[in-house]
Design a protein around this ligand. Structure first.
Ligand SMILES: Nc1nc2c(ncn2[C@@H]2O[C@H](COP(=O)(O)OP(=O)(O)OP(=O)(O)O)[C@@H](O)[C@H]2O)c(=O)[nH]1
Ligand SMILES: [Mg+2]
Length: 240
């Protein structure tokens, strides 16, 4: 019966990097049901940060980027011989389990994430993450915009109005009404990144009778990322 497993041999192109994008399934209704704060819920984001840390520890990617209910994982070393079914299913289930165990609150249904694989060449890494970061910004503008409009109009009308507005117009509308998106926390506008950094640890070396600094790598949670540029990724990943 082995020959019936017709997708089992589907593999990632040889020599490619990949991004895995995980996205919470039906998180719109989850957020309603759990009465998450709008447009941003600090507790929800704390959980997403824990999930990303779990993913980092388990799979050693070179970079993770998250906003809203999505997580983007950049992998240089492709696991499971590049087997598409295995990678998608393991990452989706690991993420869902991590979310559930970090969430610690009763929810009426099991949580799930979907997973997709995006093969990238080196030049596309920056383009990909910039695309996602632009989406995070759009999400931020729309999120604050719809909350403001709902405070003035019934839901249906607010939804209609927001669809007719461009990002720039929403920004202006909010500004005219005393909400300056420039003052919103950086992570809400630009997302949160995870990568390895060196930490210097200074100790006394008795044998040499001197203070010595050694460096350890640790997972850095960056809530203050810049707008992504090519240089950001060259500095982070090297020019490889
Ligand atoms: N209230 C609140 N909701 C959030 C927050 N972060 C994410 N969400 C919700 O998560 C949803 C994510 O969007 P989508 O992934 O497009 O919607 P989805 O319902 O998960 O649909 P699928 O991914 O297609 O299953 C948003 O629409 C929000 O409702 C938050 O901080 N607060
Ligand atoms: Mg979703």
């Amino acid at each position: 019966m082995k020959e019936y497993e017709i997708y089992a041999d589907l593999r990632i192109p040889f020599n490619s990097k990949i991004v895995l994008r995980l996205d919470g399934r039906n998180f719109h209704s989850f957020s309603k049901k759990m009465e998450l704060n709008k447009p941003y819920d600090d507790k929800f984001y704390k959980i997403m940060v824990e999930v990303c840390k779990d993913l980092f520890k388990e799979f050693s990617p070179s970079f993770i980027y998250t906003f809203s209910d999505e997580i983007n994982i950049l992998l240089d070393n492709i696991p499971y011989n590049g087997r598409v079914e295995k990678i998608n299913s393991v990452f989706a289930s690991f993420t869902s389990s991590s979310f559930t165990s970090n969430y610690n609150e009763e929810f009426s249904k099991p949580i799930s994430f979907d997973s997709r694989i995006i093969p990238l060449n080196n030049e596309d890494v920056f383009k990909y993450f910039k695309w996602r970061q632009d989406e995070a910004w759009r999400n931020c503008v729309n999120g604050y915009g719809i909350e403001f409009l709902k405070s003035k109009y019934p839901s249906e009308i607010a939804n209609e109005k927001i669809h007719g507005l461009k990002s720039f117009d929403i920004h202006e509308l909010l500004f005219q009404n005393g909400i300056n998106l420039n003052d919103v926390e950086n992570w809400k506008k630009r997302g949160i990144a995870f990568y390895k950094k060196n930490k210097g640890v200074t100790g006394f070396n008795k044998a040499k009778n001197i203070n010595q600094t050694s460096y350890r790598r640790f997972i850095y949670v960056d809530c203050n990322i810049p707008i992504f540029t090519k240089e950001f990724f060259i500095n982070l990943l090297g020019d490889k």
